[in-house]
Write a protein that binds this ligand. Structure first.
Ligand code: G16
Ligand code: MG
Length: 222
């Protein structure tokens, strides 16, 4: 009765969301903008250039740089981020994720990955998960970033899944919006994702039996 489950990468499969934050924080400091973990919530699931724009707005510096200067800054942040990725190993897969994937797969339900990151394949390789997902949608395959539904709809389409009978798992507010706009059932990992259909505090609380039960409840209500 469930067609597919589509996972976000950064912040759900592994905590690269923190590395993105550290790299942006250092870059922002260089131009005298301070960002904290709370502000970082707004960067989660948002593409590289859109993240930079949000940071510049935060410091009221959105008109201070040319496009090529912005591209340089984004590139600098990415190089710093890629340094962190070098340390990434399968030990960095978040708690409960392998168990969840195993439970879903044991029922023959296909799984997809929806990440707007251009580094998604590098991250998957480092975690040794490159053959785990039935279909991976990354930045190269979509025109519009989250919160647009394109990325989750593409994943469902490729998995031959009806979005209304599919589940998306996200740690970002923009990602939950993308899942809801796709008419999928939204599972949120975090404590501020109020638009989720079902929310857990952390990945170790993701349990396939519970997720299915919550999905069935929502279908009965509507
Ligand atoms: C991720 C992160 C975002 C990041 C974006 C682009 O999305 O959540 O913070 O800005 O990818 O990443 P990159 O600079 O590597 O292309 P997701 O969809 O995996 O959460
Ligand atoms: Mg994420």
């Amino acid at each position: 009765f469930i067609d597919a489950v589509v996972f976000d990468l950064d912040g759900v499969i592994t905590d690269t969301a923190h590395y993105h934050f550290l790299a942006w924080r250092d870059l922002a400091r260089e131009i005298n903008i301070d960002i904290d973990e709370m502000f970082n919530e707004r960067l989660k699931g948002v593409s590289r250039m859109a993240s930079l724009e949000l940071i510049l707005q935060e410091g009221n510096r959105q008109n201070d740089f040319s496009l090529s200067e912005k591209e340089e800054m984004a590139e600098k942040k990415n190089q710093h981020y890629c340094q962190f990725l070098k340390q990434l190993t399968p030990h960095d897969i978040l708690p409960g994720i392998i168990e969840l994937i195993t439970a879903i797969k044991s029922e023959g339900v296909p799984i997809g990955l929806a990440s707007v990151s251009r580094n998604a394949s590098t991250v998957l390789k480092a975690l040794q998960l490159e053959d785990t997902f039935d279909y991976v949608v990354d930045a190269s395959k979509v025109k519009k970033s989250k919160p647009d539904p394109e990325i989750f709809l593409t994943a469902c389409n490729q998995l031959e899944a009806n979005p209304k009978r599919s589940i998306g798992i996200e740690d970002a507010s923009a990602g939950i919006d993308s899942i809801k706009a796709s008419e999928m059932f939204a599972v949120g990992v975090g404590n501020t994702l109020f638009k989720s259909d079902y929310q857990v505090d952390a990945t170790n609380e993701l349990n396939w039996e519970v997720i299915k039960a919550e999905y069935i409840k929502s279908v009965k209500v509507t």
